[in-house]
Design a protein around this ligand. Structure first.
Ligand SMILES: [Zn+2]
Length: 248
């Protein structure tokens, strides 16, 4: 299994949590940064666990500083071999209430989308209270390799995204989220990915998430879609390898 989205730089007992995942059939963990000061730590983790941990670079959706985006763009352009994509980035209307800041957030998100296109890199997207704005911008900007992480938009938007060929990464909160369960019924296996979003979105409300939980996500997808567990694991792994161009 591949955990396509975790925040390993935001947990304290990193080594034991990584060991737990790697000894329970998690082959690769992609860790995503949300700030400039996490980048070095994420890259050194990827070097330490060579071929097992990869990195995507992004910023908190509430960080509206263009200079920080430019800084990350410079790193992405060099294409360090540990870095396989952009993210997480996105729009969060729950945290950004001011209409002027919302407009700025949309402009900066569009900047990320153009970086993704220029570098031909997949992009992991967060949207909270902003699903329709995010989907509209993805379509307008003709983004191809989009991963909607823990997507909470309507079923109608999900259907639109399926037609556009976007991917959905499913977190352990599917264990109790009816909305995520509906989403999984709607999206073809070929467009699904497993994620832990460590340490958020664990299998119970408020519980910490760990990469090993992607197994539970795969089991739930298997039940919801009436597809054998090994088929779910095989297809979601292939999807991740293809999308992030992983060497596994
Ligand atoms: Zn996340």
């Amino acid at each position: 299994m591949i955990d396509v989205h975790a925040h390993l730089t935001r947990i304290s007992n990193i080594d034991s949590i990584i060991d737990e995942a790697l000894s329970n059939d998690v082959k690769v963990i992609i860790t995503s940064t949300l700030s400039i000061n996490e980048i070095d730590r994420a890259l050194s983790l990827a070097r330490k666990f060579n071929g097992k941990i990869y990195v995507t670079l992004g910023l908190e959706p509430t960080n509206l500083n263009l200079k920080d985006i430019e800084y990350i763009f410079q790193i992405l352009k060099v294409r360090p071999r540990e870095v396989v994509g952009i993210g997480e980035v996105g729009i969060d209307y729950v945290k950004l209430r001011d209409p002027i800041l919302r407009e700025l957030a949309k402009t900066l998100f569009t900047k990320w989308l153009s970086i993704s296109k220029i570098l031909n890199m997949p992009i992991i997207i967060h949207s909270r209270g902003a699903a329709s704005s995010v989907v509209k911008l993805l379509i307008e900007n003709q983004v191809k390799n989009a991963i909607l992480h823990a997507f909470s938009g309507s079923l109608e938007l999900v259907k639109r995204c399926v037609v556009e060929g976007y991917y959905f990464s499913i977190p352990p909160s599917i264990n109790y989220s009816k909305q995520k369960q509906e989403l999984v019924r709607e999206v073809p296996l070929e467009q699904l990915l497993l994620e832990s979003d460590t340490p958020e979105l664990g299998p119970r409300p408020g519980a910490e998430s760990r990469p090993v939980h992607v197994k539970l996500v795969a089991e739930i997808i298997s039940k919801l879609k009436s597809v054998a567990l090994n088929k779910v694991i095989e297809v979601t792994t292939e999807n991740a390898i293809k999308l992030f161009n992983l060497n596994v």
